[in-house]
Each structure stands twice: as C-alpha cells, then as structure tokens.
Design a protein around this ligand. Structure first.
Ligand SMILES: C[S@@+](CC[C@H](N)C(=O)[O-])C[C@H]1O[C@@H](n2cnc3c(N)ncnc32)[C@H](O)[C@@H]1O
Length: 246
C-alpha cells in the first residue's frame, strides 16, 4: 500500500490495519476517528442492511454510495476495534491523544476496546446533534453521539497556551455539507483536532470524506488518513487537494 502525499497530508487507500502497520512507531500526536459503528439497529436483520438504509432518514437521499465494514455483531465489533486500536497504539507518541466516535449502543464496547489496546481512558465528549434528529415516540430523542477520549500513558503537562475545550459540542448535521452518507460536520472536527499540538500530526484510519483531514490541515496540523472505499478515497483526495491548492 503506497501513500499519496497531498501537501501536509499522507493518504492510504486500503484496510485500516494495513495502513496503520505502515506508520512509524511513535510518529502520531492524535488518533481522531469515526469508524463504522456496526450499529443502526437492535437485530441482525437491521445490522446487515446497507448503510444507506440504516443511517439515512426515510425519504432522505445522499449522492454517495453505501460503504463497507458496518455489519459486525457486538462481540466481533469489540475484537475488531481492539485490533485497529492496538495498531494505532504503536503509531502514537507517548502522551498522544485518542478521540473515537460511537453511538449509545457501542459506547461500552468501544470504551473497553480502547483500554484493552493499552490506552488510559480520559472521558467522554458529547456531540449534541440538536432537536433536528429523528424523534422517538414516548422516549428520549437520540440526539447525541459520543466521542470517547483517551491517551497513551500520561498526557503530559499542558502548555500555558493549551486551550480549554468544551465537554458538549452542539452542532446540527447539515445535509448540504455532507460528502459522505454519515459525514461529520467540519465544525465538530475543528473542536476535536484542538486536542493535538498546534503543529502535531492527526491520524484518521477511517477517513471517509476526510472531514478530520480538512479540520487538521486548516488548523496548520499534518494529517494521515486511511480509507478502504475507492469512491470515498477519491472524494478525500479531491477535497484535500483543493484545500492544499487554495
Ligand atoms: C463513519 S464513516 C467515516 C466518515 C467520516 N468521518 C466523514 O466525515 O466523512 C467510516 C468510513 O470507514 C470506512 N471503512 C470501513 N471499513 C474500513 C476498513 N477496514 N479500513 C479502512 N476504512 C474502512 C468506510 O468506507 C467509511 O467511509
């Protein structure tokens, strides 16, 4: 698997594990990623549907295709997360930070996997998607997704200019902004990349449409991304090329 360089970004097309194995040990400052959730339903029948059926609201359309890797049951999802998190552990510097997205169903599994991989658990950030999310009759609206944070060993003393970051990021997903079926808003990723040093290297092994990459490069950080799907890899490449050429 060869890396494609785009300015301060290095991109790999292929499996996350293979990409992570290409990285030098102790070379990355922050792992910030939004892996497939393998969620989107309570039952096997729900889980194996394609991602468009699972994650787009009824009547909602997205020009991007469905994507792979989202059909594991909870047990195998946990084992898989342990594997890629273990490979990412090797690539992270000591004191490096981790921020992994999940939903309410996978929160305990991802939290366990992060610690099995060797990281020190640090907390949970809430992404509040606002009241625009799908209502649930007779129940609380599932309007939040979660970002589990951790570090590789002690975090190190923050510098005098280290920012104080919010514990809740309130930001509605904007359909028009999404270049991926489940693309995250760039505004949310801008908050997350602030976990990395101002000149640090941010890694996203499930980059989708490179929203993490955009936030990293815009803020002066370097970026390493891996994506298995050729369509979304192409979207990332074009997006980051435009950004670096601007
Ligand atoms: C939740 S999406 C990421 C969306 C991204 N945060 C964005 O804003 O565009 C997860 C991505 O992981 C990719 N993926 C699934 N399995 C993978 C694997 N084994 N290795 C690398 N990428 C994978 C999918 O194709 C999908 O694009």
């Amino acid at each position: 698997m060869e890396a494609i360089s785009v300015g301060r970004a290095q991109l790999f097309q292929g499996d996350a594990l293979a990409g992570l194995e290409r990285l030098k040990a102790d070379s990355v400052d922050a792992l910030i990623t939004d892996p497939p959730y393998s969620s989107g339903g309570m039952y096997r029948g729900d889980r194996v549907q394609d991602t468009g059926a699972k994650y787009l609201n009824t009547g909602q359309r997205h020009p991007g295709p469905s994507w792979p890797g989202d059909t594991r049951d909870q047990r195998s999802y946990g084992l898989w997360c342990e594997r890629w998190l273990g490979a990412a552990y090797n690539a992270l510097k000591r004191g490096g930070v981790v921020a992994v997205f999940c939903d309410w169903r996978q929160l305990p599994t991802v939290s366990d996997a992060i610690q099995v991989a060797g990281f020190v658990s640090r907390g949970i950030l809430v992404w509040d998607k606002t009241e625009g999310t799908r209502p649930v009759k007779g129940w609380h609206r599932q309007q939040a997704e979660f970002v589990i944070t951790a570090s590789k060993g002690p975090r190190g003393k923050p510098g005098a200019d280290a920012p104080v970051l919010p514990g809740v990021v309130r930001c509605a997903p904007r359909a028009g902004e999404k270049l991926h079926q489940v693309g995250k808003p760039v505004a949310v990723m801008r908050e997350l990349v602030r976990l990395a040093p101002a000149d640090g290297v941010v890694l996203d092994p499930f980059m989708g449409s490179a929203t993490t990459g955009v936030a990293a490069l815009e803020s002066g950080r370097a970026f390493v991304g891996v994506e298995i799907d050729p369509h979304y890899f192409g979207v990332s490449l074009e997006r980051l090329r435009k950004l670096e050429a601007a």
